[in-house]
Design a protein around this ligand. Structure first.
Ligand code: GLY
Ligand code: MN
Ligand code: MN
Length: 443
Protein backbone atom coordinates (compact mmCIF):
# COMPACT_ATOMS: atom_id res chain seq x y z
CA UNK A 1 0.00 0.00 0.00
CA UNK A 2 1.22 3.52 -0.81
CA UNK A 3 1.77 4.95 2.70
CA UNK A 4 1.87 8.59 1.63
CA UNK A 5 -1.41 8.20 -0.24
CA UNK A 6 -3.00 6.39 2.68
CA UNK A 7 -2.04 9.22 5.01
CA UNK A 8 -3.50 11.76 2.59
CA UNK A 9 -6.71 9.74 2.33
CA UNK A 10 -7.07 9.47 6.11
CA UNK A 11 -6.56 13.21 6.43
CA UNK A 12 -9.09 13.78 3.62
CA UNK A 13 -11.83 11.77 5.35
CA UNK A 14 -11.04 13.35 8.73
CA UNK A 15 -11.27 16.79 7.14
CA UNK A 16 -14.66 15.97 5.52
CA UNK A 17 -15.94 14.80 8.88
CA UNK A 18 -14.80 17.82 10.87
CA UNK A 19 -16.11 20.26 8.27
CA UNK A 20 -19.49 18.55 7.99
CA UNK A 21 -20.02 18.30 11.75
CA UNK A 22 -21.24 21.88 12.43
CA UNK A 23 -23.64 21.75 9.45
CA UNK A 24 -25.21 18.51 10.65
CA UNK A 25 -25.61 19.92 14.15
CA UNK A 26 -27.14 23.16 12.81
CA UNK A 27 -29.64 21.15 10.78
CA UNK A 28 -30.48 18.95 13.80
CA UNK A 29 -29.12 15.72 12.45
CA UNK A 30 -27.13 13.11 14.36
CA UNK A 31 -25.76 11.69 11.14
CA UNK A 32 -26.14 11.08 7.44
CA UNK A 33 -26.30 7.96 5.28
CA UNK A 34 -24.88 8.44 1.80
CA UNK A 35 -26.00 5.89 -0.78
CA UNK A 36 -23.71 4.70 -3.58
CA UNK A 37 -26.62 4.31 -6.00
CA UNK A 38 -28.77 1.63 -7.62
CA UNK A 39 -28.43 -0.03 -10.99
CA UNK A 40 -30.63 1.49 -13.69
CA UNK A 41 -32.25 -0.53 -16.47
CA UNK A 42 -31.26 0.48 -19.97
CA UNK A 43 -35.00 0.56 -20.68
CA UNK A 44 -37.88 -0.87 -18.70
CA UNK A 45 -38.56 -3.18 -21.67
CA UNK A 46 -35.16 -4.85 -21.41
CA UNK A 47 -33.40 -6.95 -18.79
CA UNK A 48 -30.01 -5.22 -19.07
CA UNK A 49 -28.63 -2.57 -16.76
CA UNK A 50 -26.28 0.38 -17.26
CA UNK A 51 -22.97 0.20 -15.41
CA UNK A 52 -23.26 2.03 -12.08
CA UNK A 53 -22.37 5.72 -12.02
CA UNK A 54 -21.56 6.05 -8.33
CA UNK A 55 -23.26 8.94 -6.56
CA UNK A 56 -20.45 11.53 -6.32
CA UNK A 57 -21.40 12.48 -2.74
CA UNK A 58 -20.66 8.86 -1.79
CA UNK A 59 -17.52 8.73 -3.86
CA UNK A 60 -16.08 11.72 -2.07
CA UNK A 61 -15.77 9.50 0.98
CA UNK A 62 -15.16 6.05 -0.46
CA UNK A 63 -14.14 4.90 -3.91
CA UNK A 64 -16.27 1.76 -4.08
CA UNK A 65 -18.13 1.34 -7.36
CA UNK A 66 -20.68 -1.12 -6.05
CA UNK A 67 -24.41 -0.42 -5.99
CA UNK A 68 -26.43 -0.29 -2.77
CA UNK A 69 -23.52 0.54 -0.44
CA UNK A 70 -23.74 3.14 2.30
CA UNK A 71 -21.36 5.52 4.01
CA UNK A 72 -22.71 6.36 7.48
CA UNK A 73 -21.25 9.50 8.98
CA UNK A 74 -21.80 10.41 12.64
CA UNK A 75 -19.77 13.26 14.14
CA UNK A 76 -17.23 12.06 16.66
CA UNK A 77 -17.17 8.47 15.35
CA UNK A 78 -15.06 6.66 12.78
CA UNK A 79 -17.31 6.60 9.70
CA UNK A 80 -18.84 3.27 8.72
CA UNK A 81 -18.88 1.80 5.25
CA UNK A 82 -21.57 -0.79 4.61
CA UNK A 83 -20.45 -2.74 1.56
CA UNK A 84 -23.25 -4.64 -0.15
CA UNK A 85 -21.78 -7.81 -1.60
CA UNK A 86 -23.98 -8.77 -4.52
CA UNK A 87 -25.54 -12.18 -4.04
CA UNK A 88 -26.35 -12.81 -7.71
CA UNK A 89 -24.22 -15.17 -9.80
CA UNK A 90 -24.43 -13.40 -13.19
CA UNK A 91 -21.81 -10.75 -12.62
CA UNK A 92 -19.06 -9.95 -10.15
CA UNK A 93 -17.91 -6.37 -9.68
CA UNK A 94 -14.21 -5.65 -9.23
CA UNK A 95 -12.97 -5.98 -5.65
CA UNK A 96 -11.92 -2.65 -4.19
CA UNK A 97 -8.78 -2.09 -2.16
CA UNK A 98 -10.26 -3.06 1.22
CA UNK A 99 -7.09 -2.23 3.20
CA UNK A 100 -7.10 1.27 1.79
CA UNK A 101 -10.77 1.82 2.67
CA UNK A 102 -10.27 0.32 6.13
CA UNK A 103 -7.69 2.95 7.02
CA UNK A 104 -10.47 5.55 7.10
CA UNK A 105 -13.64 3.49 7.69
CA UNK A 106 -15.03 0.74 9.79
CA UNK A 107 -15.87 -1.54 6.87
CA UNK A 108 -18.85 -3.82 7.36
CA UNK A 109 -19.69 -6.30 4.65
CA UNK A 110 -23.38 -7.07 4.24
CA UNK A 111 -25.34 -9.56 2.14
CA UNK A 112 -26.56 -7.41 -0.71
CA UNK A 113 -29.07 -4.62 -0.48
CA UNK A 114 -31.17 -6.46 2.14
CA UNK A 115 -28.17 -6.86 4.40
CA UNK A 116 -27.40 -3.14 4.22
CA UNK A 117 -31.05 -2.25 4.90
CA UNK A 118 -30.92 -4.26 8.13
CA UNK A 119 -27.98 -2.14 9.28
CA UNK A 120 -29.28 1.31 8.45
CA UNK A 121 -33.06 1.02 8.88
CA UNK A 122 -34.55 3.26 11.56
CA UNK A 123 -31.44 5.29 12.45
CA UNK A 124 -32.52 8.26 14.57
CA UNK A 125 -32.25 11.85 13.25
CA UNK A 126 -30.41 10.73 10.12
CA UNK A 127 -30.49 12.38 6.70
CA UNK A 128 -30.45 10.36 3.45
CA UNK A 129 -28.24 11.51 0.60
CA UNK A 130 -28.67 9.66 -2.66
CA UNK A 131 -30.93 9.35 -5.66
CA UNK A 132 -33.22 6.45 -4.74
CA UNK A 133 -36.29 7.47 -2.73
CA UNK A 134 -37.39 3.83 -2.49
CA UNK A 135 -34.31 3.02 -0.44
CA UNK A 136 -34.79 6.04 1.80
CA UNK A 137 -38.40 4.98 2.40
CA UNK A 138 -37.35 1.38 3.05
CA UNK A 139 -34.83 2.63 5.62
CA UNK A 140 -37.59 4.64 7.37
CA UNK A 141 -36.06 8.02 6.61
CA UNK A 142 -38.75 10.74 6.79
CA UNK A 143 -39.26 12.40 3.41
CA UNK A 144 -38.15 15.82 4.70
CA UNK A 145 -34.79 14.22 5.47
CA UNK A 146 -34.15 13.04 1.90
CA UNK A 147 -31.37 15.26 0.59
CA UNK A 148 -32.23 18.17 2.92
CA UNK A 149 -30.98 21.48 1.56
CA UNK A 150 -28.66 22.44 4.46
CA UNK A 151 -26.90 19.07 4.29
CA UNK A 152 -26.64 19.16 0.50
CA UNK A 153 -25.25 22.69 0.60
CA UNK A 154 -22.65 21.62 3.15
CA UNK A 155 -21.68 18.61 1.03
CA UNK A 156 -21.43 20.81 -2.08
CA UNK A 157 -19.19 23.20 -0.19
CA UNK A 158 -16.88 20.32 0.71
CA UNK A 159 -16.37 19.79 -3.01
CA UNK A 160 -15.26 23.35 -3.77
CA UNK A 161 -11.79 23.28 -2.18
CA UNK A 162 -9.83 20.15 -2.90
CA UNK A 163 -7.81 18.37 -0.23
CA UNK A 164 -4.22 17.28 -0.94
CA UNK A 165 -5.58 13.73 -1.48
CA UNK A 166 -8.00 15.00 -4.11
CA UNK A 167 -5.34 17.09 -5.84
CA UNK A 168 -3.12 14.03 -6.03
CA UNK A 169 -5.96 12.03 -7.63
CA UNK A 170 -6.68 14.86 -10.08
CA UNK A 171 -3.00 15.06 -11.01
CA UNK A 172 -2.90 11.30 -11.63
CA UNK A 173 -6.06 11.54 -13.75
CA UNK A 174 -4.23 14.16 -15.80
CA UNK A 175 -1.17 11.94 -16.15
CA UNK A 176 -3.20 9.00 -17.43
CA UNK A 177 -5.20 11.13 -19.86
CA UNK A 178 -2.01 12.74 -21.17
CA UNK A 179 -0.83 9.32 -22.38
CA UNK A 180 -4.03 8.95 -24.40
CA UNK A 181 -3.74 12.48 -25.78
CA UNK A 182 -0.16 11.91 -26.92
CA UNK A 183 -1.08 8.59 -28.58
CA UNK A 184 -4.08 10.07 -30.41
CA UNK A 185 -2.10 13.14 -31.53
CA UNK A 186 0.69 10.97 -32.94
CA UNK A 187 -1.78 8.62 -34.66
CA UNK A 188 -3.73 11.48 -36.24
CA UNK A 189 -0.63 13.31 -37.43
CA UNK A 190 0.69 9.94 -38.62
CA UNK A 191 -2.36 9.36 -40.84
CA UNK A 192 -5.15 7.70 -38.77
CA UNK A 193 -8.36 9.41 -39.93
CA UNK A 194 -11.23 7.59 -38.26
CA UNK A 195 -12.89 9.24 -35.27
CA UNK A 196 -14.00 5.86 -33.96
CA UNK A 197 -10.49 4.37 -34.16
CA UNK A 198 -8.97 7.43 -32.49
CA UNK A 199 -11.55 7.12 -29.70
CA UNK A 200 -10.70 3.43 -29.25
CA UNK A 201 -7.00 4.26 -29.24
CA UNK A 202 -7.56 6.73 -26.38
CA UNK A 203 -9.42 4.08 -24.39
CA UNK A 204 -6.76 1.47 -25.07
CA UNK A 205 -3.88 3.75 -24.15
CA UNK A 206 -5.50 4.94 -20.93
CA UNK A 207 -6.81 1.44 -20.14
CA UNK A 208 -10.36 2.65 -19.63
CA UNK A 209 -13.62 1.10 -20.64
CA UNK A 210 -16.00 3.59 -22.23
CA UNK A 211 -18.14 3.70 -19.08
CA UNK A 212 -15.11 4.50 -16.91
CA UNK A 213 -14.15 7.75 -18.60
CA UNK A 214 -15.29 10.90 -16.78
CA UNK A 215 -17.35 11.95 -19.81
CA UNK A 216 -17.79 10.55 -23.28
CA UNK A 217 -14.68 11.31 -25.33
CA UNK A 218 -15.18 14.11 -27.83
CA UNK A 219 -13.28 13.13 -30.98
CA UNK A 220 -13.99 15.43 -33.88
CA UNK A 221 -12.25 15.60 -37.23
CA UNK A 222 -12.72 18.67 -39.43
CA UNK A 223 -16.22 20.16 -39.59
CA UNK A 224 -17.38 18.02 -36.64
CA UNK A 225 -15.20 20.12 -34.33
CA UNK A 226 -17.89 22.80 -34.53
CA UNK A 227 -20.16 20.44 -32.55
CA UNK A 228 -19.16 21.26 -29.00
CA UNK A 229 -19.90 17.76 -27.70
CA UNK A 230 -19.29 15.58 -30.75
CA UNK A 231 -19.71 12.02 -29.44
CA UNK A 232 -21.27 10.28 -32.44
CA UNK A 233 -18.04 9.21 -34.09
CA UNK A 234 -17.71 8.89 -37.85
CA UNK A 235 -16.48 5.42 -38.67
CA UNK A 236 -14.89 5.96 -42.06
CA UNK A 237 -11.82 7.94 -43.02
CA UNK A 238 -12.34 11.69 -42.79
CA UNK A 239 -10.60 14.49 -44.61
CA UNK A 240 -7.84 15.34 -42.13
CA UNK A 241 -8.31 19.09 -41.83
CA UNK A 242 -8.13 19.20 -38.03
CA UNK A 243 -8.68 17.10 -34.94
CA UNK A 244 -10.29 18.27 -31.70
CA UNK A 245 -9.81 15.77 -28.88
CA UNK A 246 -11.54 16.47 -25.56
CA UNK A 247 -10.94 13.43 -23.37
CA UNK A 248 -10.08 12.62 -19.78
CA UNK A 249 -9.43 9.86 -17.32
CA UNK A 250 -10.39 9.09 -13.75
CA UNK A 251 -8.36 8.25 -10.68
CA UNK A 252 -10.36 6.97 -7.70
CA UNK A 253 -13.36 8.78 -9.11
CA UNK A 254 -11.61 12.10 -9.78
CA UNK A 255 -11.63 13.41 -13.33
CA UNK A 256 -9.34 15.10 -15.75
CA UNK A 257 -10.82 17.14 -18.60
CA UNK A 258 -8.36 18.00 -21.36
CA UNK A 259 -8.76 19.35 -24.88
CA UNK A 260 -6.24 19.80 -27.65
CA UNK A 261 -6.72 20.80 -31.28
CA UNK A 262 -4.36 19.69 -34.04
CA UNK A 263 -4.07 20.83 -37.64
CA UNK A 264 -3.74 18.28 -40.44
CA UNK A 265 -1.28 18.50 -43.35
CA UNK A 266 -1.58 21.15 -46.03
CA UNK A 267 -0.25 24.55 -46.91
CA UNK A 268 -3.28 26.06 -48.63
CA UNK A 269 -4.40 29.45 -47.40
CA UNK A 270 -7.22 28.15 -45.20
CA UNK A 271 -4.90 25.64 -43.46
CA UNK A 272 -2.32 28.37 -42.83
CA UNK A 273 -5.01 30.66 -41.46
CA UNK A 274 -6.42 27.95 -39.21
CA UNK A 275 -2.92 27.05 -38.01
CA UNK A 276 -2.35 30.71 -37.07
CA UNK A 277 -5.65 30.77 -35.18
CA UNK A 278 -4.70 27.62 -33.24
CA UNK A 279 -1.37 29.23 -32.31
CA UNK A 280 -3.20 32.42 -31.30
CA UNK A 281 -5.69 30.53 -29.14
CA UNK A 282 -2.86 28.59 -27.55
CA UNK A 283 -1.17 31.87 -26.51
CA UNK A 284 -4.50 33.23 -25.33
CA UNK A 285 -5.19 30.13 -23.22
CA UNK A 286 -1.81 30.26 -21.55
CA UNK A 287 -2.21 33.97 -20.84
CA UNK A 288 -5.55 33.24 -19.15
CA UNK A 289 -3.95 30.60 -16.94
CA UNK A 290 -1.41 33.27 -15.92
CA UNK A 291 -4.31 35.60 -15.07
CA UNK A 292 -5.72 33.30 -12.39
CA UNK A 293 -5.66 35.29 -9.18
CA UNK A 294 -6.99 34.57 -5.71
CA UNK A 295 -9.86 36.95 -4.94
CA UNK A 296 -10.80 37.54 -8.57
CA UNK A 297 -14.26 36.38 -9.70
CA UNK A 298 -13.99 33.56 -12.23
CA UNK A 299 -16.50 35.44 -14.38
CA UNK A 300 -13.91 38.26 -14.74
CA UNK A 301 -11.55 35.67 -16.24
CA UNK A 302 -14.32 34.66 -18.64
CA UNK A 303 -14.70 38.35 -19.60
CA UNK A 304 -10.95 38.58 -20.14
CA UNK A 305 -11.20 35.56 -22.45
CA UNK A 306 -13.67 37.48 -24.62
CA UNK A 307 -11.45 40.58 -24.67
CA UNK A 308 -8.52 38.47 -25.79
CA UNK A 309 -10.57 36.49 -28.30
CA UNK A 310 -11.93 39.69 -29.82
CA UNK A 311 -8.36 40.95 -30.25
CA UNK A 312 -7.47 37.68 -32.04
CA UNK A 313 -10.54 37.90 -34.30
CA UNK A 314 -9.67 41.47 -35.28
CA UNK A 315 -5.94 40.83 -35.69
CA UNK A 316 -6.61 37.81 -37.93
CA UNK A 317 -8.90 39.92 -40.14
CA UNK A 318 -11.95 37.74 -39.53
CA UNK A 319 -13.94 40.65 -38.14
CA UNK A 320 -13.61 44.28 -39.09
CA UNK A 321 -14.48 46.23 -35.97
CA UNK A 322 -12.67 47.23 -32.82
CA UNK A 323 -12.10 44.55 -30.18
CA UNK A 324 -14.31 46.53 -27.77
CA UNK A 325 -17.15 46.61 -30.29
CA UNK A 326 -16.66 42.91 -31.02
CA UNK A 327 -17.29 42.11 -27.35
CA UNK A 328 -19.96 44.73 -26.65
CA UNK A 329 -22.01 43.73 -29.70
CA UNK A 330 -22.00 40.05 -28.69
CA UNK A 331 -20.07 39.04 -31.82
CA UNK A 332 -17.27 37.35 -29.85
CA UNK A 333 -19.91 35.20 -28.13
CA UNK A 334 -21.00 33.78 -31.48
CA UNK A 335 -17.47 32.46 -31.97
CA UNK A 336 -17.20 31.28 -28.34
CA UNK A 337 -20.66 30.40 -27.01
CA UNK A 338 -19.65 28.29 -24.00
CA UNK A 339 -18.17 29.26 -20.66
CA UNK A 340 -14.45 29.61 -20.06
CA UNK A 341 -14.50 26.68 -17.65
CA UNK A 342 -15.93 24.93 -14.63
CA UNK A 343 -14.94 23.42 -11.35
CA UNK A 344 -13.46 19.94 -11.74
CA UNK A 345 -13.53 17.02 -9.32
CA UNK A 346 -15.69 13.94 -8.92
CA UNK A 347 -17.82 15.13 -11.78
CA UNK A 348 -16.43 16.79 -14.85
CA UNK A 349 -18.68 19.79 -14.18
CA UNK A 350 -18.22 19.76 -10.42
CA UNK A 351 -20.69 21.28 -7.99
CA UNK A 352 -20.37 24.23 -5.63
CA UNK A 353 -18.95 26.91 -7.92
CA UNK A 354 -22.10 27.71 -9.89
CA UNK A 355 -24.53 28.57 -7.11
CA UNK A 356 -24.84 32.13 -8.40
CA UNK A 357 -26.26 32.70 -11.88
CA UNK A 358 -23.85 34.21 -14.39
CA UNK A 359 -24.71 37.51 -16.09
CA UNK A 360 -27.32 37.08 -18.82
CA UNK A 361 -24.75 37.31 -21.63
CA UNK A 362 -22.87 34.33 -20.15
CA UNK A 363 -25.67 31.74 -19.93
CA UNK A 364 -23.35 28.73 -20.22
CA UNK A 365 -20.74 29.82 -17.71
CA UNK A 366 -20.51 27.08 -15.06
CA UNK A 367 -18.21 28.86 -12.59
CA UNK A 368 -19.30 32.10 -10.96
CA UNK A 369 -17.34 31.72 -7.76
CA UNK A 370 -14.56 33.96 -6.52
CA UNK A 371 -11.21 32.25 -7.09
CA UNK A 372 -9.94 30.72 -3.86
CA UNK A 373 -6.97 28.52 -2.92
CA UNK A 374 -7.70 24.79 -3.29
CA UNK A 375 -10.13 25.19 -6.15
CA UNK A 376 -9.48 23.14 -9.27
CA UNK A 377 -11.05 24.33 -12.49
CA UNK A 378 -10.61 24.20 -16.22
CA UNK A 379 -9.49 27.02 -18.50
CA UNK A 380 -10.88 26.15 -21.92
CA UNK A 381 -11.30 28.98 -24.39
CA UNK A 382 -12.49 28.10 -27.88
CA UNK A 383 -13.12 29.57 -31.30
CA UNK A 384 -15.68 27.81 -33.49
CA UNK A 385 -17.37 28.16 -36.85
CA UNK A 386 -20.82 26.84 -35.90
CA UNK A 387 -23.29 26.89 -38.82
CA UNK A 388 -26.30 28.20 -36.87
CA UNK A 389 -24.33 30.90 -35.05
CA UNK A 390 -22.51 32.02 -38.20
CA UNK A 391 -25.90 32.24 -39.99
CA UNK A 392 -27.19 34.38 -37.12
CA UNK A 393 -24.13 36.63 -37.39
CA UNK A 394 -24.46 36.97 -41.17
CA UNK A 395 -28.13 37.91 -40.94
CA UNK A 396 -27.62 40.31 -38.01
CA UNK A 397 -26.58 43.95 -37.83
CA UNK A 398 -22.86 43.12 -37.86
CA UNK A 399 -22.98 40.70 -40.79
CA UNK A 400 -21.18 43.13 -43.10
CA UNK A 401 -18.18 43.34 -40.73
CA UNK A 402 -17.10 39.73 -41.18
CA UNK A 403 -14.76 38.23 -43.77
CA UNK A 404 -17.19 35.57 -44.99
CA UNK A 405 -14.94 34.06 -47.60
CA UNK A 406 -12.43 33.15 -44.85
CA UNK A 407 -15.15 31.97 -42.46
CA UNK A 408 -16.64 29.70 -45.14
CA UNK A 409 -13.23 28.17 -45.84
CA UNK A 410 -12.52 27.76 -42.10
CA UNK A 411 -15.79 25.89 -41.53
CA UNK A 412 -14.05 22.79 -42.91
CA UNK A 413 -11.85 22.86 -39.77
CA UNK A 414 -14.81 23.14 -37.38
CA UNK A 415 -13.20 24.94 -34.50
CA UNK A 416 -10.59 25.05 -31.78
CA UNK A 417 -10.64 24.36 -28.04
CA UNK A 418 -7.65 24.18 -25.71
CA UNK A 419 -8.35 23.03 -22.17
CA UNK A 420 -6.16 22.58 -19.10
CA UNK A 421 -6.94 21.71 -15.49
CA UNK A 422 -5.59 24.21 -13.01
CA UNK A 423 -5.26 24.12 -9.21
CA UNK A 424 -5.29 27.40 -7.30
CA UNK A 425 -2.38 27.67 -4.88
CA UNK A 426 -2.47 29.35 -1.46
CA UNK A 427 -2.45 33.16 -1.53
CA UNK A 428 1.02 34.49 -1.15
CA UNK A 429 2.70 31.76 -3.19
CA UNK A 430 4.94 32.97 -5.97
CA UNK A 431 2.67 31.61 -8.68
CA UNK A 432 -1.07 31.59 -8.17
CA UNK A 433 -1.90 28.40 -9.98
CA UNK A 434 -0.44 25.06 -10.90
CA UNK A 435 -1.29 23.65 -14.28
CA UNK A 436 -1.95 19.93 -13.73
CA UNK A 437 -2.27 19.33 -17.46
CA UNK A 438 0.84 21.06 -18.82
CA UNK A 439 2.88 19.32 -16.11
CA UNK A 440 2.27 16.04 -17.96
CA UNK A 441 1.32 17.16 -21.48
CA UNK A 442 3.81 19.88 -22.40
CA UNK A 443 3.24 22.19 -25.37
N1 GLY B 1 -15.50 17.85 -21.66
C1 GLY B 1 -16.59 18.72 -21.43
C2 GLY B 1 -16.13 20.03 -21.00
O1 GLY B 1 -15.03 20.41 -21.31
O2 GLY B 1 -16.76 20.75 -20.30
MN1 MN C 1 -14.31 21.20 -19.48
MN1 MN D 1 -13.48 19.11 -21.91
Amino acid sequence: MDRALTALYQAHVADRLSRLTPSLAAANYDGVVIHSGSLEKRTVFDDQYWPLRTVPYFEQWAHLSWPECVVHVVPGQKPKLYAARDQNFWERPTEPDWDFLACAFEVIEAKGMGGVAEKVRGLPRTAYVGENGERAADWDVATESWCPAPVMNALDELRVHKTPYEIRCLAEANRVASLGHAAVRDAFLGGLRSELLLHLLFLETTQQDDSETPYKNIVAIGRAASILHHVHYAKGEQEPRSLLLDAGATCRGYASDITRTYVGPGSDQATLQFRALVAGLERLQQALVQSVQVGRPYEALHDEAHDRLAALLVESGLVKMSPDECVASGVSRLFLPHGLGHSLGLTCHDVGCAKIKPRSENPWLRNTRTIEPGQVFTIEPGLYFIDTLMAQLEAGPHGAKVDWSSVRALKAFGGIRIEDDVVVLPSGSVTTSDNLTRAVLPD
